[in-house]
Design a protein around this ligand. Structure first.
Ligand code: UDP
Length: 329
């Protein structure tokens, strides 16, 4: 310790992918961490064994636990959410409840105890707006509420509006981060995310499933770069009351991505094109392009991503090789 006071962070969803990497970075700074996670998609293996970490197995829907833990911490980082297009499509009702009621419980407790709160939102907020790069005040373009995918976007928008209202009307210190596609070691292939899925498939010598015609693009950021952005924002007083995109600007089509993964994994199995209605359900809508404008984050904190798509794939492939590829559902 450098003589300064240890800060206690409550990280909801701390046993998940982004949360566990954030906790590693906070531990490097010798902070204290309380994790609240129901292990629905997180894993106990992601919880570091450290005297500075307290793990609570529970849900953000449990208002008594949330109240108690928020009271004990200095800063809340609310990451607990139902994420992943596949999971949302399979469990729309549960996803909606977790994302709306869970956030309401956490934000209300943060207000009750006057604790600063960072809340994770998503690039899904922009819906089908494919005019990249998207800045934070870009329009949301959504399809019908009967298309399940948009319920996730709507739930997260409700969360953002709640946080903004608590900030404006009640003075709660809030920071909203809209995470774009984030990748790296420990990301499960089970919830639909394309890179872990394709890497597991390639290392099992299975054809790589490319949905639609593969011309849709995404920008993938390394989770270490994303965590760096979150920590810079948490450390920056002027970030309070604001919303920030966090993501990479290196754009790639999904078909190119699949080819690169196949090559890097020495897979001969090739690519299998899967129509959207087969991959998800009839009427599924994808976004054809999603590129963040991160100039706001950069201007305030000096952040820029340090790792390329190749670095991300190298790290992910190394981790999956080490742990052994599994069958992708
Ligand atoms: N995708 C794909 N094959 C897969 C999984 C996903 O081609 O096995 C596509 C998906 O349709 C989308 C892109 O990859 O166009 C990114 O999907 P992901 O679910 O990772 O993130 P999001 O759609 O939220 O950007």
């Amino acid at each position: 310790m450098d003589g300064r006071e240890q800060t206690t962070y409550l990280v909801t969803g701390g046993a998940g992918f982004v949360g566990s990497h954030l906790i590693d970075a906070l531990l490097q700074r010798d902070e204290r961490i309380i994790i609240l996670d129901n292990l629905a998609t997180g894993s106990p293996e992601n919880v570091p064994r450290s005297p500075n970490v307290q793990f609570v197995h529970g849900s953000v829907l449990d208002t008594l636990i949330v109240d108690e833990l928020v009271r004990q911490c200095d800063v809340v980082v609310h990451l607990a959410a139902a994420v992943g297009v596949k999971l949302i499509m399979e469990q729309p009702l549960r996803s909606l409840t977790t994302n709306i009621r869970g956030t309401e419980a956490v934000v209300e407790a943060a207000h009750r105890y006057r604790k600063k709160i960072m809340m994770a939102s998503t690039s899904e907020i922009y819906g089908k707006n494919a005019a990249g790069p998207l800045c934070e005040d870009a329009d949301r373009i959504l399809g019908s509420p009967t298309v399940v995918r948009w319920s996730y976007s709507t739930a997260k928008a409700v969360d953002e509006i709640l946080a903004n209202a608590y900030h404006r009307e009640r003075g709660l210190e809030t920071i909203v981060v809209r995470l774009f596609n984030t990748v790296g070691p420990r990301q499960s292939p089970a919830y639909g995310m394309v890179i872990p899925r394709l890497v597991h498939q390639a290392l099992r010598e299975e054809p790589l499933t490319v949905y639609g015609d593969g011309t849709q693009t995404r920008c993938f950021a390394h989770v270490h770069d994303v965590v760096d952005a979150l920590i810079r924002l948490l450390d920056t007083e002027e970030a309070v009351g604001q919303t920030f995109n966090v993501g990479s600007s290196e754009e790639v089509t999904i078909l190119e991505l699949a080819k690169q993964i196949g090559e890097m994994c020495d897979s001969d199995a090739g690519v299998r094109m899967v129509p959207y209605h087969e991959a998800y359900e009839a009427g599924f809508e994808d976004m054809m392009r999603r590129v963040p404008d991160t100039s706001k984050l950069r201007a305030l904190t000096g952040w820029s991503p340090r790792r390329t798509l190749r670095d991300i794939l190298t790290d992910t492939i190394t981790a999956v090789r080490r742990e052994g590829p599994v069958l992708t559902p």
